[in-house]
Design a protein around this ligand. Sequence first.
Ligand code: CTP
Length: 400
Amino acid sequence: MFVVVGVTGGIAAYKTVGLVRLLVKAGHDVHVVPTDDALRFVGLPTWEAISRNPLTTSVHEDVARVRHVSLGQSADLVIVAPATANTLASMTAGLASDLLGTTLLATTAPVVVAPAMHTEMWRHPATVHNMDVLRARGVHVVGPADGALTGGDSGPGRMSEPEEIVAAALALVERPRDLSGLSVLVSAGGTREPIDPVRFLGNRSSGRQGVAIARAAADRGATVTLVAAHLDADVRPDPRVEVISVGTADELGRAMDATSPDADVVIMAAAVADYSVAAVSEHKLRKQDTPGGLTLELIENRDIVAGLVAARRPGQTIVAFAAETVDSQDELLERARAKAARKGVDLLAANAVGWTSGFETADNALKIIGRDGEVVGEAAGSKAETADALLDAVLAARWR
Ligand code: CTP
């Protein structure tokens, strides 16, 4: 699971090191977002070492990847621990003054806060009001605990223990382990067909949907293998997933052929090149060799999923994707039905794509077609949500 841990400026930040460690040990992909004040208590190298992920603390870093919103968009869960009175007030006001603020505004994931402050501050009408507003917005509050506070006084205000915060947070998002015992093979990303040593024919697939399916399957208890072709740099597979990296359609096909016999479920989410270059040049093509234009001869690649269907063993469920440029949902369904029948798959997940939709985005909208062409599922939302809807349809198809 992709977990964002916001750390704000309180002495309890040292306890959050243990919290991050617990999440990492449980196999989660943890991204720490400390505020500047938090870094006065625990430094950046500690967070990077414990979370095993590079850290960005400013909205002005990593701008090309729209870091100020991408963390929030990718998150399955956000925990803010410790949450100071100041941070809780900022959250109530919806302030976007730092990376944690923008992340919290950009996320639709459950948000858990673990307040930590002196009793007087916790009981102040301003804080009481802020907590009421946050709770009403669906923010989950763990603690604070009653006990000794820094400075020798005692009362409610201590940050709850990391184990308690982690247990409460994970309980909000953990899904039923309904895929446990199943082996799921997913392909993701886009293949590249070389033209010469420096050029290729490619496509716009980022790998986001396939990686989200692999993560959701792992969350639901499956053993997952991901055959990954050129994932975007910010699309990182869940650490619980075994990754086989490939480049071309041919490599992807061979990896799928080698791993599919052991899979109970095969999901072909990769965008596979339909053609490869007939004669790949050993040297960089030069304009002077082909003055006035260049014609490339392309040969058709084999249909990988059709091969998997032909070799399917009893009990194996095979899912294909279809990204179509269409003018209407009816046309999408019509094309998807034809493609599902042609490929002989158990399920086909269809989505409409265009110049500005379907690719490089956090959201997706899928229509899932069953063997007889009926719509067995529909989902619109984050790629994590559509991944879960697809896995629900896979389970239903296996029961039929
Ligand atoms: N696919 C595959 N092997 C290929 C091409 C596609 O296994 N050589 C898989 C994709 O991973 C996807 C499904 O087939 O799951 C549909 O891909 P798509 O490109 O839409 O299908 P095509 O058969 O190539 O149809 P079209 O002519 O519409 O491109």
